[in-house]
Design a protein around this ligand. Structure first.
Ligand code: SF4
Ligand code: SF4
Length: 359
């Protein structure tokens, strides 16, 4: 029998708030609508407290505490925006900037996949400008077609590694090196294709700085115009995808946020990266009907459906309903598969319907 977590009360920025035993201060802050900046926090993995962005002041604690990892306690008095907390955030951001590629406005470069570090600098400002740290990190040779890693844009939050370990259970990447040479590496700095990596791209999705980026989208100028929600059609799971378009072409595929859809923020290699087929010149974009000359000719959907229906009805009338068979695909959605069996049974009167995933 699972125990119901104990309700407790604490003081957050001068107001009494309720929490459940086992929650973190960040959980409570978010529920209370507090703007606590984070880089390394992600609900799907255990907290690490590595980026130090989410530090808050807890009465009785000598140091500021990472709200993502610090558990609530009854009677706690917490401040999320005290002068001490604000000074800490600004100094921390100054330190990140000293070890980061900056654009002409002295901001971390926008990287298409989003750069939360840049946004934090804009939202919270920085402390004194610190001299740039000259500590180039080790690059690795990557010949994979999908994932680009730029070590100079990395803040070593280790979120990509934790995602790879705890969500994908693959452990293809790891923190390696010491001091200024620390970086995200693979075993023997091999390219990802020579590791256990499944090319799921989840490390890109969680990376808060864009240090991990989709290679195909690097070729675009990140001027994405529209995001369209769709259902991935590579298998029947029904993962939801966001199609990012530019000049009416899909340039990037991402998952809706974790917790919103069946795929919980995750995608596989096919769902995330296999998008060339959408605009491929070999793709059939118009219905075809075979003419009396034996060749396929383009036609309207209305005519194609009419010809197909007449053909099927003709077979049924001549040989009986059970001479027909309907085969569906696991690449269709559950709804499409349901409709096909409905067509088979209700419209044509046969139970001869099958789907490839059933074999
Ligand atoms: S693509 Fe997926 S499996 Fe490969 S390193 Fe990134 S998270 Fe791990
Ligand atoms: S690559 Fe991104 S997610 Fe990984 S440690 Fe660096 S900043 Fe964090």
């Amino acid at each position: 029998m699972t125990e119901t977590p104990t309700e407790l009360t604490l003081t957050l920025d001068g107001e009494q708030v309720h929490a459940k035993d086992g929650e973190t201060l960040l959980d409570v802050c978010r529920r209370a609508g507090k703007e606590v900046p984070t880089l390394c926090a992600e609900d799907r993995v255990d907290p690490m407290g590595s980026c130090r962005m989410c530090l808050v002041e807890v009465e009785g604690q000598r140091r500021l505490q990472p709200s993502c990892a610090f558990k609530v306690q009854a009677g706690q008095v917490v401040q999320t925006a005290s002068d001490k907390v604000k000074r800490h955030r600004q100094l921390l951001l100054s330190m990140y900037l000293a070890d980061h590629e900056l654009d002409e406005d002295d901001l971390p470069r926008e990287r298409g996949t989003g750069n939360q570090l840049r946004q934090h600098v804009l939202d919270h400002g920085t402390g004194p400008k610190l001299p740039a740290i000259n500590a180039p990190r080790e690059y690795r040779m990557e010949n994979n077609p999908y994932i680009h890693f730029d070590p100079e844009a990395c803040v070593l939050c280790n979120l990509c590694v934790r995602y790879c370990d705890e969500v994908e259970a693959v452990s293809a990447i790891t923190l390696a090196g010491r001091g200024a040479k620390t970086t995200i590496a693979t075993a023997d700095q091999k390219g990802l294709l020579d590791t256990t990596c499944e090319m799921c791209g989840g490390c890109i999705a969680v990376c808060p700085t864009g240090a991990m980026t989709e290679k195909p989208s690097l070729a675009s100028d990140f001027r994405e115009e529209e995001v369209v929600r769709s259902t991935c059609n590579f298998c029947g799971v029904g993962c939801q995808v966001n199609l990012h378009t530019q000049d009416n072409k899909v340039v990037r595929v991402t998952s809706p946020p974790a917790g919103e859809t069946v795929n919980d923020g995750n995608l596989c290699i096919k769902g995330r990266f296999s998008m060339e087929f959408i605009q491929h010149e070999d793709r059939l974009t118009q219905p075809l009907v075979r003419g009396d000359d034996g060749a396929l000719h383009t036609t309207t959907w209305e005519n194609a459906l009419k010809v197909a229906a007449q053909g099927l009805m003709g077979v049924k009338e001549k040989y009986g309903a059970d001479s027909l068979g309907f085969i569906s695909s696991s690449r269709c959605t559950g709804e499409e598969n349901y409709l096909l069996q409905k067509l088979s049974r209700a419209a044509f009167g046969t139970n001869n319907c099958h789907q490839c995933a059933a074999t």
